[in-house]
Design a protein around this ligand. Structure first.
Ligand code: 7TS
Length: 420
């Protein structure tokens, strides 16, 4: 990766240093687990929160808590302003054209369900097709299956190679006249593969097919520009990007939000209601029924400020280096096989150890203070694709260090001794 034009080498170095020095801003990481300093390598499941995010949420509840978009009183106006400021921050973070293209939801899962229900109702007829890939998280499989069942449509799947990359030769033929949407992950949570989504989007658009990108595992690790990608929808959760649980984002091009019917009905999503007829509010409010997670949104805003300060390109470079180090070191452990060896990867090291069940690896590592995830990672089909019931997965964030990787490798050697 080349440094962006505006950054001098000195500036890049300063940002690398600030990444290396940011760990102390995450209070949870200071603790000991089972008498050992915590090594938190389960960032793909959820990431830890910097003090700035915790403080922003606490300040909101202590000083500004009030419902939004309704009161004329000062507190409500303050809360509304803080909430709406975050919409502008998300717009800037994604480089969306307009802040009205940002819908606040509960997380990536709800964002995808919103599109499946609403866009699906708009666009899908009997015999139509939906295209996903063989490396999707369950939340980018099941909503489409539900929709297919309802509409008598068919789900098609882009196969993946032994390295855990999309089979790009098979892909074009799967875009047919009946394909109504391509829904695909930017980064695989089980393999770490970074998909060439800009290219996939261009190919789908050439056939008039809109594209939803599941960005849950991309936004914590890399700069995302939705105008450059030209995706129709982009979904992610705040909690995987150093913000709180219970809030996430659906980016959607205005033309879709204008056309799509509401996903849920209730307060705030209406202009007027009578028993005869309801006039819906304009997007994005049309899709934000009920009191939203105001405090969570404010936490998300603080997380975005934090990430902007660190710089996403610098984060990507730092993590690429950490992942390369961890990949080289893990191959020194006897019997280890890495699952997912794509050329472009981010944040994830999935592996198995000969003769040892992944759950047992996870248990021994926990005794050593090392937190990893084991299992199918809510992406059962991709794990099965490799003929496995489960893998062990270490997943990284910018606050992790090479010393932690060394502790993890030492714990794996111990697991080999105890269980091998
Ligand atoms: N998409 C991807 C690619 C994911 O990795 C996840 C969660 C989701 C969607 C759903 O996100 P949610 O915040 O709405 O639940 N992935 C994981 C994981 O890898 N381990 O735990 C959750």
């Amino acid at each position: 990766m080349t440094p962006s034009d505006t950054d001098t080498v000195t500036e890049q170095f300063r940002k690398m240093v600030s990444i290396a020095g940011c760990r102390h801003q995450f209070p949870l990481l200071r603790q000991y687990v089972n008498g050992k300093p915590l090594v938190y390598f389960d960032n793909a499941a959820t990431s830890q929160k910097p003090q700035a995010v915790i403080d922003a949420m606490m300040r909101y509840y202590q000083e500004s808590n009030s419902n939004i978009h309704r009161g004329v009183h000062s507190l409500s106006e303050r809360a509304t302003q803080s909430y709406e400021e975050v919409r502008h921050k998300v717009r800037a973070f994604l480089n969306a054209r307009d802040h009205r293209e940002i819908v606040f939801v509960r997380g990536a899962t709800e964002a995808i369900n919103l599109v499946a229900h609403s866009f699906g109702r708009l666009a899908l007829r009997e015999g139509d097709e939906i295209l996903i890939s063989g490396m999707e998280h369950h939340s980018n499989i099941v909503p489409w299956q539900i929709l297919c069942e309802e509409r008598h449509a068919r789900l098609h799947v882009i196969p993946i190679t032994d390295a855990g990359e999309l089979d790009l030769e098979a892909f074009p033929a799967l875009l047919t006249e009946r394909t109504r949407i391509l829904a695909i992950t930017h980064v695989s949570n089980a393999l770490g593969t970074v998909n060439p989504i800009k290219q996939l989007i261009a190919q789908a658009h050439a056939k008039g097919i809109p594209v939803l990108v599941d960005g849950a595992q991309a936004v914590p690790h890399m700069h995302v520009d939705v105008q450059d990608l030209d995706c129709d929808f982009y979904a992610f959760s705040a909690h995987k990007m150093f913000g709180p649980t219970g809030v996430g984002v659906l980016y959607a091009k205005s033309r879709w939000l204008e056309e799509m019917p509401p996903y849920q009905g209730g307060g705030d999503m209406i202009k007027s209601v009578t028993f005869e007829k309801t006039i819906y509010n304009d997007p994005p409010y049309k899709f934000e029924a009920g009191t939203p997670n105001i405090g969570g949104c404010i936490g998300l805003g603080a997380a975005l400020d934090y990430l902007r300060e660190l710089n996403m390109d610098a984060i990507r470079r730092f993590e690429d280096d950490l992942l390369a180090y961890a990949t080289a070191r893990i191959l020194t452990v006897p019997g280890v096989r890495i699952i997912g060896t794509a050329r472009e990867k981010a944040g994830v090291l999935s592996f198995v150890m000969e003769g040892i069940h992944p759950h047992d690896i996870g248990t021994v590592l926990d005794v050593e203070g090392v937190a990893i995830r084991t299992g199918h990672h809510c992406a059962q089909p991709v794990v099965q694709r490799f003929g496995l019931p489960a893998t062990a997965r270490a997943s990284f964030a910018f606050y992790n260090t090479k010393e932690e990787v060394d502790a993890f490798i030492k714990a794996l050697h111990k697991a080999r001794e105890v269980l091998g």
